[in-house]
Design a protein around this ligand. Structure first.
Ligand code: AMP
Length: 305
């Protein structure tokens, strides 16, 4: 099965307390698509301006990502800049330039409408709705989001949550969205709004997965000594999870399959943060993924997965 991914494709300026880099490839769909491509065919839907470097398009092509849904239009690519504090967890957005995003209407090309697994990566909820309106009977729809949309587009986001099979968000967003201090209550509350599955990411502390009939999985994070740039960890997690499901859940998505998908998503995210932008993610291969997956299972003493 293949994965349809819609989201942002960006040029990022990133500052940590140790280094600063400008004009890096970024965006939720870039991270998500390259991550998912380790497991399954990917169709990418997004927009960039004419300033978008050709080498980034080549990177997507080298990963066999279908680019029929990539619009390259006159104007400037979406730009985002952020700065990380010492803990590498706290981040401040320095600037956002919507540029070509201001007029973006994601129209699915021929052949994309039947894609079984859909990842609505972080982007305005109205655009996520627009893509969902065009797909026909997808098997599993995953949506990611961010605090900005909870602040400025909560109604649209709430309607979207009622239309998807799985919502992914981080701990702060889950608390902000539900008004609950407890992440367990927050996860349950979001499930009651529609999605059968909810994943709450906790950065360096891992992730909580909630499923039907009170099924629950607490996944630790892979213990990394050197984190260079946390940007895109969440998008890489979501892409890895979606790609794993596309490759391994043809008979239907079960909680056991999702637990493995969460572990593989975490493994991909752990590679991503080892370098700025997609520099590490783009070099990772299946042997490295399997080797880290095995190590992760052993050190975390997972049973049955
Ligand atoms: P993450 O670290 O997973 O939150 O994702 C970071 C990526 O999200 C960066 O590469 C940004 O280009 C992208 N991004 C930041 N703000 C937005 C936004 N408002 N809409 C879509 N993508 C965004």
């Amino acid at each position: 099965m293949s994965v349809l991914i819609v989201g942002s494709i960006a040029l990022d300026d990133i500052k940590t307390q140790l280094a600063e880099h400008k004009n890096l490839l970024g965006g939720s769909a870039s991270y998500g698509a390259v991550s998912a491509s380790n497991f399954s065919p990917v169709s990418l839907v997004g927009i960039v301006g004419e300033d978008f470097p050709k080498e980034h398009v080549e990177l997507f092509r080298n990963r066999q990502i279908d680019l029929a849904g990539l619009q390259i239009v006159p104007g400037k690519t979406f730009r985002w800049s952020g700065e990380y504090m010492w803990d590498m967890n706290t981040r401040e957005t320095r600037s956002v330039e919507l540029n070509v995003f201001e007029t973006f209407t994601p129209t699915l090309p021929e052949g994309y409408h039947q894609t079984p697994i859909v990842l609505l990566a972080n982007i305005a909820p109205d655009l996520q709705h627009h893509v969902l309106d065009q797909v026909s009977q997808p098997r599993f729809v995953i949506a990611d989001t961010m605090d900005l949309w909870i602040n400025i587009a909560k109604d649209s986001l709430t309607r979207l949550i009622g239309r998807v099979d799985m919502l992914i968000l981080n701990d702060g967003e889950a608390r902000q969205f539900t008004g609950e201090t407890s992440l367990i209550k927050a996860g349950k509350k979001i499930r009651e709004m529609g999605p059968a599955y909810v994943a709450i990411k906790k950065g360096e502390h891992g992730c909580l997965l909630f499923g039907p009939e009170a099924e629950f999985f607490s996944c630790p994070a892979f213990p990394l000594e050197d984190i260079h740039d946390p940007t895109g960890a969440g998008d890489t997690f979501a892409g890895g999870l979606a790609g794993y499901l596309a490759a391994n859940a043809a008979g239907g998505v079960t909680f056991d399959a999702l637990k493995k998908a969460v572990v593989y998503g975490s493994v991909l995210a752990s590679f991503n943060v080892e370098a700025f932008s997609l520099e590490r993610l783009k070099t990772v291969d299946s042997a490295q993924i399997e080797s880290r997956y095995d190590l992760f299972r052993r050190i975390s003493q997972f049973e049955k997965i």
